[in-house]
Design a protein around this ligand. Structure first.
Ligand code: SF4
Ligand code: SF4
Ligand code: SF4
Length: 587
């Protein structure tokens, strides 16, 4: 075949397309070459030099970086020679010369890509001594902590932030003083970071981690005066298992409920109930906007990273956002009002903990207008990773747990809620309800497959009651930007309803989801595999439309008696937004 190049990797013959790198060829040959800075198609900068190999192009072997060096016909590559091993070991020792070696207590210990390589190469961690820059740890933001004393300058976080079209982090200074930070060395809470956490997912070390809120949860669990209630987002069931060595896409809903009960939570609720509630409130809002000539297209508001992006960069378009709170905020509001009154518990004595795929939820729980009972709807928001650490600390053998159910009544759900965790899921859930409401029928067709898939931007035309409704689904802030620029240009595609999620692929790929080593992220479509677990569960559910959720029917018959979006329901379940375009670079 033309344009194919024949090379040998450690003596293994392999044929690859012209333009491939040595790393591409090695992966095809089944040979692992270690990488640190490399992210396929995102950060191919050859900076860390861990991927060095010996390559012979007819002029003898010489050291080159496999992630960026192109193959040539007849090239022979050695990936594991003595010279290669020595070069990699020296590079690691140089990295450690400016590194805080705190592996005993570092939150990344055992899943740190740097630590793993140091162990594999048997480094002398004190091989080089001399000037070592020290950095203040940036605790300023609600969602993450930056410790540049553990940074190896791989710039994976910079690539992730650029991919989000936010680009608030980059390299400052030069030479030994080079450090990753914000413009003018501003703290993270003083720049337009949208709190998405995508930088924490890709950081190979403990330099960027979510803010650890687990001590607050342990304290609440040990306080006998508190009723501590946990709720888990739709996507967590499809990702938590990875923390305990299960294959991506393993649904661990039952074990997760069992583990939460063993941690000592008084009630274990499923945020799926709040997701169904979001859909009925949001679908009602959409119908009201259509019938009363309100602002259209309407855009979903359940992703706090996306909401913050809109507040920073498109504040003039905020009226397009649905006023619905996100599912965990709605669920928290209900726990401290409806459920608290039914159970005779003062909301001040209730602590609501939410397990979320997302670091932006840590920011969201502190927003104004998110305290229906007079107390915060949600008190503490943990990432999937933080829950994994709590289960480990409690000595719970996760994989050996029996499957258990969530507690009633705030866990009843439908398939529509389950798919909230994947990009397009909220749109499909809303379409299922809107289709029934606008046709006045119980439609059997519930699979709106045109809005499924992991593409950053999807568009579909849906026929509802003889009306063609044009919708768009965007995931990742870069795709959100495309959508918002089109709205600024007058909505040329004629969209009526838009779903936007802040993270590429939606919540299954949120900034708080379990780490996977970069070579897995390069070779497995985690977004698709994790989403499949949710769509598979949806297919098996007896009820697949949010408005059919019996728990919601009860809620509106005995609590929100004025109906969707009215009176108390509006007060408890809806919120407002604030323009943040005037962030202050010069304070
Ligand atoms: S970042 Fe990695 S190598 Fe550094 S202290 Fe933490 S676990 Fe150890
Ligand atoms: S949280 Fe998101 S926006 Fe903020 S620095 Fe990280 S990648 Fe950029
Ligand atoms: S903070 Fe993490 S991802 Fe960013 S450059 Fe440092 S080590 Fe790499």
């Amino acid at each position: 075949m033309d344009n194919m190049i024949n090379v040998k990797i450690n003596g293994i013959a392999v044929s690859v397309p012209a333009g491939s790198t040595i790393l591409d060829a090695a992966r095809l040959a089944g040979v692992n070459i270690p990488t640190l800075c490399f992210m396929k198609d995102k950060n191919e900068i050859g900076a860390c030099r861990i991927c060095v190999v010996e390559a012979n192009e007819g002029r003898g072997y010489r050291i080159v970086t496999a992630c960026v060096y192109p193959v040539s016909e007849g090239m022979e590559v050695l990936t594991n020679s003595a010279k290669v091993q020595k070069a990699r070991k020296t590079t690691l020792e140089l990295m450690l010369s400016t590194h805080n070696k705190e592996c005993l207590s570092c939150v990344r210990s055992t899943n740190c890509e740097l630590q793993k390589l140091c162990r594999e190469y048997g480094v002398d961690e004190n091989a080089f001594s001399g000037f070592k820059p020290t950095y203040e740890i940036d605790y300023s933001a609600a969602h993450l902590v930056r410790d540049n004393n553990k940074c190896i300058l791989c710039r994976r976080c910079v690539a992730a932030c650029n991919e989000q079209f936010v680009s608030v982090i980059g390299a400052n200074d030069r030479g030994i003083d080079t450090n990753i930070g914000n413009a003018f060395e501003l703290p993270l809470n003083n720049v337009p970071c949208i709190s998405c956490g995508q930088c924490t997912v890709v950081c190979p070390t403990g330099a960027l981690v979510e803010k650890d809120d687990t001590p607050k949860v342990w304290e609440a669990l040990n306080d006998p005066t508190k009723t501590v209630i946990v709720q888990t987002a739709p996507s967590i069931r499809a990702t938590l298992g990875e923390w305990f060595g299960n294959a991506p896409g393993t649904n661990v809903e039952g074990k997760m409920a069992a583990a939460l009960r063993r941690l000592g939570f008084d009630k274990v609720f499923d945020t799926n109930y709040g997701a169904d509630l979001t859909i009925v409130e949001e679908a009602n809002e959409l119908v009201q906007r259509i019938q009363n000539h309100g602002v259209l297209p309407m855009i979903t508001s359940c992703s706090p990273g996306w909401v913050k992006f809109c507040e920073y960069f498109y504040s003039d378009l905020l009226p397009h956002l649905s006023t619905c709170k996100s599912p965990h905020q709605m669920e928290g509001a209900l726990i401290k009002t409806y459920w608290a009154q039914k159970n005779g518990i003062d909301p001040k004595d209730i602590v609501v903990v939410s397990i979320m795929p997302c670091t932006a939820k840590k920011f969201e729980i502190g927003r104004a207008d998110q305290s229906a009972s007079g107390y915060p709807d949600v008190d503490i928001s943990l990432t999937t990773r933080e829950l994994g650490r709590m289960i480990e600390r409690a000595g719970i053998n996760f994989n050996a747990l029996p499957d258990e159910d969530f507690d009633d009544p705030l866990s009843e759900d439908t398939g529509a809620a389950v798919i909230f965790g994947a990009t397009g899921g909220v749109m499909e859930a809303a379409l299922r309800t809107a289709n029934d409401w606008l046709t006045g029928k119980d439609n059997t067709e519930v699979d709106f497959t045109g809005v499924r898939g992991t593409a950053g931007l999807k568009q579909a035309s849906v026929d509802i009651n003889g009306m063609t409704v044009k919708v768009a689904v965007a995931s990742g802030a870069a795709a959100a930007k495309v959508v918002m620029d089109k709205l600024k240009a007058g909505n040329p595609d004629g969209w009526t309803f838009i779903e936007i999620m802040g993270c590429p692929g939606g919540c299954v790929n949120g900034g708080g989801q379990p780490y996977q080593p970069q070579y897995i992220r390069d070779t497995v479509d985690l977004k698709a595999v994790r989403a499949k677990a949710l769509y598979d569960q949806d297919k098996e559910m007896p009820l697949r439309k949010s408005h059919e959720n019996p728990g919601l029917k009860l809620l509106y018959s005995e609590w929100y008696t004025e109906g969707y979006g009215k009176g108390k329901a509006h007060h408890d379940l809806h919120t407002s937004y604030v323009g943040r375009e005037k962030y202050d670079y010069c304070k």
